[in-house]
Write a protein that binds this ligand. Structure first.
Ligand code: PEP
Ligand code: MG
Length: 316
């Protein structure tokens, strides 16, 4: 099945009527670049830089070490787009030197951008290494911050990017419901949004993403989550900016069509999912995706939403 999907699926992501939806890869480092290229990724939509930091353990990797790793990834996508996420430490990705050890609720604690704003030297070093890594390359670099809660977070991140002399677009991940609800305000400070649906689901449904007992509530088809995606995408459209998805939701071919119908402008996923999503998108028009999205949002549960979308897209 995988081989058939790969063979049938080449070229940039688009609906059957030619509405382009760039299909990008989620990677954790240079080791995953080959798989991304083989699957035909148009770039990287989420470079999780945590792994580089987790390797080092007790301190941040040197700027030189970071430079080398970022350069290797950026060189692999000449003329392509690479979205690098600055360090997302805390909760499910604890880092001893950054994450406070004694928090009662680490997922609601000093994690992601919050930890970086508390350790500005770590953010400065990372942005400096990125700025240097992109020098002289034709790559289209974008840098985004995890766990942006409000406009003030976005403003502080944008200021740090400017100070580092980054020639890149800078953006905010939408992982906190407040950021989706007030996306328009956040977009006054940054140039793009990227929905992290794993954490957005966790916080929307108050269901720990690491706890199997509440996995029913972690379903990205939950209509409340679809509403938040629509809000962020509409805000971005109104501001003339882009709004991608880089959470696991993008890897579900049917949901990828629904997300497209909600107005999401790019989809980033594990490389192995790319051929399946490309094939699914190519089967439907944008209008069909929009109808499936409306049907899913009208449902009362994740399971009904999935069935409603399937009904629309298999009936046409
Ligand atoms: C997300 O939360 O959806 C996301 C893409 O980031 P991570 O899974 O690394 O937290
Ligand atoms: Mg996240």
């Amino acid at each position: 099945e995988r081989r058939a999907a790969l063979a049938a699926s080449t070229g940039p992501g688009a609906t059957s009527d030619g509405h382009k939806v760039p299909l990008l890869a989620n990677i954790g480092g240079p080791g995953e670049v080959a798989a991304a290229l083989e699957a035909g990724a148009e770039g990287v939509g989420l470079f999780r830089t945590e792994f580089l930091f987790l390797e080092e353990g007790s301190r941040a990797p040197s700027e030189e070490r970071q430079f080398a790793v970022y350069r290797e990834v950026l060189e692999a996508f000449p003329e392509g787009r690479v979205v690098v996420r600055v360090l997302d430490a805390g909760a499910d990705k604890p880092l001893a030197f950054l994450s406070p050890a004694d928090e009662p609720n680490p997922a609601l604690g000093v994690r992601g951008l919050r930890a970086l704003l508390d350790h500005p030297e770590v953010l400065r070093t990372q942005l400096g290494a990125l700025a240097r890594a992109a020098e002289g390359l034709p790559v289209y670099l974008e840098v985004m911050a995890p766990m942006v809660a409000d406009r003030r977070d976005a403003r502080e991140f944008a200021a740090a990017c400017r100070e580092a002399g980054l020639h890149a677009k800078f953006g905010a991940m939408v992982e906190i419901p407040a950021a989706a609800v007030r996306a328009r305000s956040i977009l006054q400070e940054v140039e793009f949004l990227s929905l992290g649906t794993n954490d957005l689901a966790q916080y929307t449904f108050a269901a720990d993403r690491q706890l199997g007992a509440v996995s029913r509530l972690q379903d990205p088809w939950g209509p409340a989550l679809l509403d938040l995606v629509a809000m962020a995408a509409e805000a971005a459209r109104a501001e003339g900016k882009s709004c991608g998805v880089c959470g696991e939701a993008a890897a579900d071919p049917l949901l990828a069509c629904v997300l497209t119908g909600l107005g999401v402008t790019s989809l980033s996923m594990a490389p192995s999912a790319l051929p399946f999503v490309r094939t699914a998108l190519a089967r439907f028009t944008l209008a069909q995706c929009e109808r499936a999205a409306s049907a899913a949002r009208a449902a009362d549960s994740a399971e009904e939403a999935r069935q409603a979308a399937r009904g629309v897209l298999s009936g046409e």
